[in-house]
Unconditional design. Structure first.
Lengths: 282, 233
């Protein structure tokens, strides 16, 4: 989806929201995440693998507008920042808008919900070539089966248009998430996903195998030594297991592990990520 | 004129059921029956419904008309548990500052739906059939309240102390029931399944006390930012 089109749609939804009757108050949601990525360079060669710690902050606030008794519109904004203590060239910030239409098929907690969300962010980055705009459309079908089990099927089409073509990213990702309540305070989630799209892999040249796969590439010193960033269209399969536990009415802590396997034969790399997040709803 | 004794006995026998009906059920002279309800950890349990069902016909005590209300405040229903006699009306005011609610029930005794109504507004539902009526909000899945609609008049809800007393219980055999929304196996097929025990109240009994210990399941009102707000957005 083109950025202007997203803006037009968001503006249209804002007009619709003005005429909707039931605004319900902003509910800002702040997520602070610390994540260890054992392969921050997305490298296929072990000598190029660099593990790194990443910290993230995301603030999302939205307001709900009832359209009909089964439909609602959620308009909001997003602000986010990424900081890599070892590699501050990867530091970036983003601000943008969110618009989501939700339709609930019937009454009650067990009724399925279908939603379509549009997202648009302006992205700033310490390395100027990474700056640009990110847009995305996410279609989700959620269903709670009983007091313990729930599931969500999601498809996301996203793109990042950067100043330098090598940092552009386009991708389509489909994910299935299963959640199980462990007790009154804790939930376990398992998410599996499949993504086809651009990935950025860093390697020490010469890598003729990657040159053959990556028409867009750039020499960078982001990781403290000369490496080449290769933009490669690849498929990724991943799995994520997480436990989230409520600390009080407004806060929760989440511990997660994610495994990703990315491949465009003969190129392949794997990531292991461990994350700890604190979620607070204001 | 004298009436033969045989006729007097016969008349007395014919009128005996009427006499019994007029003299036996005098609820004002009944006993006070106390309930002590605790959870599995022996902690006093609030919001438990205690009920006595007469196993033989008994005249219930008069219950004054009351205005029952279940408010919506801070995206919760309050109270969590309400117990009413069949035919009672329950008012459902929205006492939020900004949030609209879509209150509904799919329970068999009284399915209803009040689509989105704003703070300051109220709806009323008449519960004309006995049974369990579970209230929810179609927007906020963590909002839930339980209304137990009973045909009997001998009932009460425990406060934080876990103690409740039913007055005017006439001598006889009774079925004592205790129910709580979180009681394990306490709801089956949409119906309340209480713990129960048969008790006999003898004339002159001094305040019998019935103790119940309940094993509870998870609270459906779970809160916290659990990914999708404890329910759906």
């Amino acid at each position: 989806m083109r950025t202007p089109a997203t803006c037009v749609i968001v503006a249209f939804l804002a007009v619709v929201a003005r005429s909707a009757a039931h605004a319900e108050g902003w509910s800002p949601n702040l997520t602070l995440t610390t994540q260890w990525n054992d392969n921050a360079t997305n490298a296929s060669a072990s000598s190029d693998k660099i593990g790194a710690l990443q910290t993230k902050a995301d603030l999302i606030a939205s307001e709900r507008y009832g359209l009909t008794k089964d439909d609602s519109l959620h308009l909001g904004f997003h602000a986010g920042a990424d900081w890599w203590p070892r590699f501050d060239g990867l530091t970036r910030g983003a601000v943008g808008a969110r618009a989501e239409w939700q339709h609930k098929f019937g009454l009650g907690a067990l009724a399925p919900i279908f939603s379509v969300e549009l997202a648009a962010d302006a992205v700033g980055a310490k390395e100027s070539g990474r700056r640009g705009t990110s847009t995305g459309v996410t279609v989700t079908l959620r269903k709670r089966f009983n007091d313990r089990w729930r599931a969500a099927l999601t498809h996301e089409a996203a793109r990042h248009d950067a100043r330098f073509a090598v940092f552009d990213r386009r991708g389509n990702e489909t994910a299935l998430e299963i959640g199980r309540e462990l007790d009154e305070l804790a939930r376990f989630t398992l998410r599996v996903n499949y993504r086809q799209g651009d990935v950025l892999s860093y390697a020490t040249p010469p890598r003729p195998d990657l040159v053959a796969l990556a028409p867009n590439r750039l020499t960078v010193d982001t990781f403290g030594r000369p490496m080449v960033a290769y933009s490669i269209d690849a498929r990724t399969i991943g799995a994520n297991a997480a436990v989230i536990r409520a600390l009080d009415e407004n806060s929760a802590v989440m511990l997660g592990y994610e495994w990703r396997d990315t491949e465009h034969k003969p190129f392949r790399y794997v990531n292991h990520l461990v994350s700890l997040a604190l979620v607070h709803q204001f | 004129m004298t009436i033969p004794a045989r006729l007097i006995r016969s008349a007395a026998c014919r009128s005996l059921p009427l006499a019994v009906a007029l003299t036996l059920p005098l609820p004002a002279r009944g006993a006070d029956v106390s309930f002590t309800v605790s959870d599995a950890n022996k902690q006093p349990l609030a919001d438990a419904v205690v009920v006595l069902h007469p196993l033989k016909r008994a005249v219930p005590p008069a219950t004054p008309a009351a205005t029952l209300e279940i408010e919506q405040r801070n995206t919760r229903f309050n109270p969590f548990v309400t117990v009413v006699r069949t035919g009672s009306a329950v008012r459902l005011p929205n006492h939020e500052t900004r949030i609209a609610h879509h209150v509904y029930s799919t329970s068999a005794p009284k399915p209803f739906e009040f689509p989105l109504y704003k703070p300051g507004k109220a709806e009323t539902v008449v519960l004309d059939k006995p049974g369990l009526v579970v209230l929810g909000c179609n927007i906020h899945d963590s909002m839930v309240a339980y209304v137990l609609v009973l045909d009997t008049a001998w009932f009460a809800k425990t406060p934080a102390s876990g103690n409740a007393t039913l007055s005017g219980v006439t001598p006889g055999r009774w079925r004592a029931e205790v129910w709580h929304p979180l009681l394990k196996e306490g709801v089956k097929g949409g119906e309340a399944v209480p713990l129960q025990r048969e008790v006999t109240i003898a004339a002159g009994d001094a305040a019998p006390n019935l103790a119940f210990s309940l094993s509870l399941g998870p609270d459906p009102r779970r809160r916290g930012p659990m990914g999708v707000g404890g329910g759906y957005k």
